[in-house]
Design a protein around this ligand. Structure first.
Ligand code: ATP
Ligand code: MG
Length: 426
């Protein structure tokens, strides 16, 4: 029996895992500059946590959740997104008691039962940030800019930041009525999901993946006409903040996002390059004014975004953006007879203590296969030990790049490797 990985889920091996960690490192380094603290929450939450936050008509809740009943008959769900669990934890741990706004980031796997395709998996990783307790326009602008910074630090080109205001509750109600009126005549041409959405939550129709090219969707009224004066002013201030920071964006009155908890500002970092990821969001987020209170917490607004690691990794591969990820000097140790093999084991151990990555073959004594191993490992320095070396307490060291080879006293090895690092520009 040969097992296969679960459909829509990925293995990261070796170099792929190194790329994964590189992206994670860039994210965390950048976001820490903004004073964010890490939060780690369970992969499972009570199902209600997601139903309540994402909304019953969202794609996630309607068809994408991995939900099961545990042995204690509780309905649990593998988290499809990060915000709901963070909000649950924020309230449960009374983080709102701290005087400053709470700034949290997470990097964690998410699970959605959607149709696997380029940039869409059933297990995927999100890097996400949430701020609680302050959504003043400059903070929101700075937060949106932080996402832009991270994508720039990774070197990604062809990302367009799209931003919209979906207004406060009353703006959205007015807009929902307009959408219902607009779509009334086109109802039969819409997909089954959208026909249901029209009654309950017509904004959802604008985020439908199936109907995105439908003429009625393209011709839908714009929310800009329904925004209250306050919502318009708030939106203007956020954009002014982005202008101050020199962040380019496009105001897009059709942008609504896939989750129900957003209010006022929503944004997405959309990839517009010319490959399979075109049109997909590398990340997105928005303000959620009422999510904390709807979970039974105090009346505290929040704002956040999440980026998808797989999409970013894929785009970075397309754009050739990964630096050499194993940059230190690799040392191979070769032993030419039984006793020299024992010696090479000790030398390798010392080199590792000194911080080097060290490779050796534990069994072979012939020169050729050991040189081949050194080559495959990308060794920049090769230490050779044979009978002569042992007798005289010396080591033969070859610089794999310059091919220069020297015999040195054993105790000079570390100093000599430093010389090789200098010569090879490491
Ligand atoms: P989409 O509209 O593309 O389905 P979304 O708007 O529902 O995504 P969010 O829930 O906001 O996505 O998730 C934030 C980010 O997480 C997305 O921009 C994307 O980069 C990533 N993401 C979402 N779903 C998936 C998935 N199934 N596979 C890989 N990455 C994903
Ligand atoms: Mg979306």
């Amino acid at each position: 029996m040969i097992y296969q990985r679960v459909k829509g889920m990925l293995d990261y091996v070796g170099e792929e895992a190194a790329k994964f960690r590189y992206i994670e490192k860039c994210f965390t380094e950048e976001i820490k500059k903004y004073g964010f603290r890490e939060i780690i929450t369970p992969v499972l939450e009570n199902t209600e946590v997601f139903v309540r936050s994402s909304g019953e008509e969202s794609d996630i809740v309607e068809k994408e959740m991995y939900t099961f009943t545990d042995k204690g008959r509780r309905s649990l769900t593998l988290r499809p997104e990060g915000t709901a669990g963070v909000v649950r934890s924020f309230i449960e741990n009374k983080l709102y008691a701290r005087p400053e706004p709470e700034k949290l980031y997470y990097f964690a796997p998410m699970f959605r039962y959607s149709r696997p395709q380029a940039g869409r998996y059933r297990q995927f990783y999100q890097f996400g940030v949430e701020v609680f307790g302050d959504v003043s326009p400059l903070l929101v602008a700075d937060l949106i800019a932080s996402g832009d910074k991270i994508l720039k630090r990774l070197g990604i080109k062809d990302i367009i930041l799209k931003i919209n205001s979906i207004g406060d509750f009353s703006s959205r109600e007015a807009y929902a009525d307009r959408l219902r009126a607009h779509f009334a005549a086109h109802r039969d041409g819409l997909c089954e999901d959208c026909r249901r959405r029209l009654d309950k939550n017509p904004l959802r129709v604008l985020d439908c993946k199936a109907d995105s090219d439908h003429p009625a969707v393209i011709a839908a009224p714009s929310i800009a006409d329904c925004l209250s004066a306050e919502a318009q002013e708030y939106f203007r201030k956020v954009r002014a903040g982005l202008d101050l920071l020199g962040v380019k964006y496009e105001a897009d009155s059709r942008l609504v996002r896939g989750l129900d908890y957003y209010t006022d500002i929503v944004f997405e970092y959309i990839y517009e390059g010319d490959n399979v990821y075109r049109g997909l969001a590398a990340g997105g987020g928005g303000i959620y004014a009422d999510l904390v209170s709807s979970f039974g917490g105090p009346d505290i607004p929040g704002v956040g975004y999440a980026m998808g690691l797989e999409r970013i990794l894929g785009i970075m591969e397309e754009q050739n953006l990964f630096p050499a990820l194993d940059s230190g000097l690799v040392v191979a140790v070769i032993g030419l007879d039984e006793a020299s093999k024992e010696k090479s084991l000790q030398v390798a151990s010392l080199l590792r203590e000194a911080g080097y990555r060290c490779e050796l073959d534990y069994a072979k004594t012939a020169l050729k296969p050991q040189f081949r191993l050194a080559d495959r490992a990308g060794a920049g320095a090769i230490v050779i030990i044979g009978e002569e070396e042992r007798k005289n307490n010396v080591l033969t060291v070859k610089n794999a790049k310059t091919k220069n080879q020297e015999t040195i006293p054993e105790e000079n090895l570390l100093a000599y490797l430093k010389e090789i690092e200098n010569e090879n520009g490491i």
